[in-house]
Design a protein around this ligand. Sequence first.
Ligand code: ASP
Ligand code: MG
Length: 464
Amino acid sequence: MPDIVVKFGGSNLRKKSDVLQLVKIIKAYKKPLVIVISANFGITDYLFDQMIKIRNQKAESELVSRYLEQLYRSIINKNFEDEKSGEKAYLQIRESILELERYLLGVSCIGETPDFLEDLILSYGERLSAILLNNLLAYHNISSKLIYPGELPLVTDGEFGNASVDFGRSSEKVNQSLSSDIHYIIPGFFGISPEGKTTILGRGGSDYSAAAIARCIKATSLDIWKDVNGFLSGDPEIVNHPVLLEKITYAEAAELAYFGARILHPRTVEPLQDCHIPIRIFNIQNGTEKFKPLSVVNSEEVVREGVVKSVTYSDDFCLLKLKGPGVGIKPGILAKVTTILNKSKINISSVITSQIAINLLLSKKDLKKALDLVKSLGLTAVNDIIAIRNISLIAVVGQGMLENHGIAARMFNAVARKKINVQMSSSGASQVVSYFIVDNKDRTEAVCEIHKEFFEKSSRLKKS
Ligand code: ASP
Ligand code: MG
């Protein structure tokens, strides 16, 4: 049976050169694999937008089908030279698109998107990728079996939109379902509720599904093939000479992902860390030379000289500030706020309070709704509620942050040198991260300055 789970992005199934590269990689493993695939780039967003438009009678299910048929027709034309195999792939894909069309038609008829239908519709990006990949591998003489999460079954807790895998219910059965010596192809991003409904695992969640399956089969590794060069000390678009992080802990990877690094979904480490299954990150463009991963995420705690391993940032956060002379000491305010936000499935990323203010760090997409909800509580102890949008969060991550002195001082000094104002900061929420908030216009300069402080300076010193 396969002992490695391999995750590819659906966008690697578009261009012929990418497909050939992917096929080469699969062949190079020379052993059966469990292959998890995500949707083609942008398809999940497209499905979401169309679903909302169809609900509001502003789009038609049939046009969505036509668009997807054309998209896949052109992908197939580019990748299958033999007409018969291309046609076979197209017919299977078309069947799936027509299924989707019926669900979208349902949305149009009822004028609503019930949770279960929304999750089902959003899962089609991955379903289509998996059918395509299964056919592409057959065309390249690699036999594989397409298996859906519902057949494994990968059972979730049933929370629509953001489900978690229930390992108690899944592990043994998934392991049994994947026990032959063949390649399995599984669409990522969704599982099935105990009642048999498709439940998605949160946006970007196909990394998490691959990790969950790796846990179920007790894999020796989860190999994630990306289009980028592993975990770096900073965003290559904005810092000078980022350093590659060859080894990084589960905690560091999770915090980096949570605070903005786009390389992994923040939940990917969750299923793996207590089983010590490593995540190996490869760049698909580099191919398989010696199968040397760019970055390996595991439990080995390496403290870097200088402690900080990476600086990351996110522009997706915003602040909701509740001001009042005694909000810090008055019990129950936070409970009311978190309860009402939770009912609307609004996630709170962080809470920092003082005697006169409660600050909630939220995702920008939730700010308007959160503001209205908190206002609707009519909290007498709160005399002002302020929404702050134009901020960026900068996080510095490294094993040993709490145990070593002077790290935060260096970080703040670096920012102060550029006269950048720090609006709020937090250290110690976990062992490995400190973060702070600046005005959005200062973000790039702050990140560059911190990177310089922890990486470029020491490398200059080392060289001299
Ligand atoms: N296709 C899903 C999304 O866009 C899952 C993923 O890409 O990992 O959220
Ligand atoms: Mg993705």
